[in-house]
Design a protein around this ligand. Structure first.
Ligand code: XMP
Length: 317
């Protein structure tokens, strides 16, 4: 019978056997899959696992530092790379969602390739691919997939010539979470909502600028913290905030304002393929809206997305 403990035991033994004294590089994203894959590999080969965590400047507020801290806490051999400016430069002037995705994918590959080169004699690329990624012909989840979708864009980066080790490729998401729990991984990492690889770039409609990222991070942090303190976070499959490309008129004191709009999104789903918008309590929405408008400079209006998938998608871009 399959149990998380038996999976952990047999997988670690198999990884030891397969990898011997070889070195592995793995890109961590802060998400569940790459984290569980990294911890399994760490148990099998220890310091021969070299993790790379890229700050693309498109993560949630304070997420880069807190995730990096918790990885270091777990004893992972991890290198954090601040590449914010490279991503912002690549995004400047782009408004088309697919062009934004491509630019982010390209810079990620460049940054990862540089970092992987610093590991001498590396033989393997570790990935957090799970079973649904394997069966989906075009997967869009996680840095691993960002890499896949750029496979044929001008020659392979060197790290992609490595052999691939994917310890989770027979598991479904809920099994990955159970394995993560058996490994003692921080529940905050295991329970984290899915978050797209291109991050906040596809939640800022139109051109991405560091200023918009900052505003969205502040608003989103208020939203997510309120979901947590109201005990709603774990009941929602995915929540996030969107920076809309419109300005609207408002009034503050006796002043007329003309500022930006934040849209809140929360959905219930099993796998992201279909999703229903969450009926969040009005009182909670009211509190979040007030807090955002009163505290985030540049925002004078908050709206809530009441569209389900299909025909809407979860993300706006
Ligand atoms: P949609 O918007 O297609 O999203 O309903 C379904 C799920 O996929 C995530 N998503 C992405 N994940 N790169 C990713 O890694 C992407 O480009 C991307 N686009 C959407 C989305 O957050 C949701 O969980």
């Amino acid at each position: 019978d399959w149990t998380p403990d038996s999976f952990v035991e047999t997988t670690i033994a198999a990884l030891k056997e397969k990898l011997g004294d070889d070195k592995v590089v793995l890109g961590l994203s802060g998400g569940v899959d790459s984290s569980v894959a990294a911890v399994l590999l760490h148990h099998a080969i220890g310091k021969n696992l070299h993790c790379i965590f890229v700050d693309n400047g498109l993560l949630r507020k304070d997420e880069y530092q807190s995730v990096l801290d918790s990885y270091q806490h777990m004893g992972l051999n991890i290198k954090g790379i601040d590449a914010k400016q490279r991503f912002y430069d690549a995004l400047a002037g782009l408004t088309d969602p697919e062009k934004k995705r491509k630019a982010i994918g390209r810079v990620f590959i460049e940054v990862f390739d540089d970092a992987a080169h610093e590991v001498q004699n590396v033989k393997w690329l570790g990935q957090g691919t799970i079973y649904p990624d394997v069966i989906e012909s075009v997967s869009v989840k996680g840095p691993s997939a960002t890499i896949k979708s750029h496979h044929n864009v001008g020659g392979l980066p060197d790290f992609m010539k490595l052999k691939v080790v994917e310890p989770l490729n027979t598991l479904f998401k809920d099994e990955v979470r159970r394995v993560g729990k058996a490994l003692g991984i921080d529940p905050n990492i295991l329970g984290r909502h899915p978050f797209p690889g291109p991050g906040l770039a596809i939640r800022i409609l139109g051109e991405v600028t560091p200023e918009k990222v900052h505003i969205l991070q502040e608003a989103d942090a208020i939203y997510i913290n309120n979901l947590r303190s109201a005990d709603v976070y774990d009941k929602v499959w995915q929540a996030g905030s969107i920076f809309l490309p419109v300005q609207s008129v408002g009034v503050m004191g006796d002043e007329r304002t003309y500022e930006n709009v934040i849209c809140l999104r929360a959905v219930e789903s099993l796998d992201g393929m279909t999703a229903d918008w969450c009926h969040l309590p009005y009182d909670l929405l009211a509190k979040i809206s007030n807090e955002i408008i009163n505290n985030v400079k540049g925002i004078n209006r908050v709206v809530y997305d009441i569209s389900s998938k299909p025909p809407a998608t979860i993300e706006w871009e």
